[in-house]
Design a protein around this ligand. Sequence first.
Ligand code: ZN
Ligand code: ZN
Length: 449
Amino acid sequence: MKAVLDHVGIAVKDLAEALAFYRDALGLEIEAPEDVASQRVRAHFLPVGEAKLELLEATAPDSPIARYTDKRGPGLHHITLRVDDIGAALAQLKARGARLIDEQPRPGAEHSLVAFVHPSSAHGVLVELKEDRRTHGSAPTQHVALGSAESVGADPRVGPQPAPSPNLAVRRFTIGDLELISLSDGVIRLDGGAMFGTVPKVFWEKAMKADARNRVTLAMRPLIVRGARTMIIDAGLGGKESAKFHDIYGVDRARSLDVTIAEAGLTREDIDIVLASHLHFDHAGGFTYRDAGGRVRPAFPRAQYIIRRGEWEDAQHTHERNRASYLADNYLPLAEAGVLQLVDDDATIMPGVKVRRTGGHCQHHQIALIESKGKTAAFVADLIPTTAHVPNAWIMGFDLYPMDTLAAKKQFVKEAIEKETLVFFEHDPAVAAGYIREENGKRSVQPAS
Ligand SMILES: [Zn+2]
Ligand SMILES: [Zn+2]
């Protein structure tokens, strides 16, 4: 039986105190809490590498977690092991005389099947087995209600965080000889007004709903290009930011790059080239990671990182208007590690992929133009961040040089319509890629099937 650690459940008595240690002192990220009403429990997940810690907080005095902590105090509650075939795992345990709480697997969260092994057989630890039944890499992960779990001993039924957004599924496309794979690093929420510049809210809120803090939900979608070599363009936010940062920007990385790159059947070691559209944190944060010793290192161990020289220089000489977007840990360690390659001009980065400077959003913002056997695609980054930004006047308030955005967008859209270019929208929460259409001066996007 092959088993992988999924999560470790910890019963807590005082959540604030527990967070002071796990989140603040250890510096772990925390995901949005999940209530399991039937168990009167709130679960807080903190990712640690491939697995998670799960802080379990009672929400009522008769909660199984309250009973547990009243009796034994706070502490380790259960561990969850993920197996490929839960039926076979249970049969194997039973044959060897293990005492099972669940003889048959039962539904858990998100299409999973779960079963518990009694602590008396597991040397004092409550062990949960879990089989993940999601089909990877095809349909988007749907937000499903938690399984109607019966109360088993003291255990609450909670599962991994559901995808927060309508469509962050891995998508594959073919352009001539190249394979393009759209990934996700989760979502971020930015002020709706800033996202749409001079466009009044009465218009933009029809395209994108704002939350109570006036923020709109934006995806972060790096793109893999596989041809002569394997390239990733941008890498999302990454995992180095604090809980406070995550709160301000409404970050949800349940569909992180680690999750989606694995769903695509790839690993970080497969990447030869990392290409940056620009160095803002929602594009370059995933270029590096912080190791167990606190050192920041390149997140793609074999890759060369290709960055436009002007953008590299601007990132070291920030000013009041752009300072918040550039976080040195996202790019300076690349130079220290000797994996940085600066390019000066519009150039071919690998066969079929060239960069073009657009400016506008920032002076050296660039897009990637992809071409093979007469077919074209484009990764337009913050030139046209979402499908809502396809009309000429819909330009972000963040842009440093909006008139340059306008000129570059006009030129690009004209070419994209003429060439039937498959356009990748890095920040669109629903549409990973589509074709721009124009009829009687009105533009629309036909999502790629
Ligand atoms: Zn940007
Ligand atoms: Zn951006």
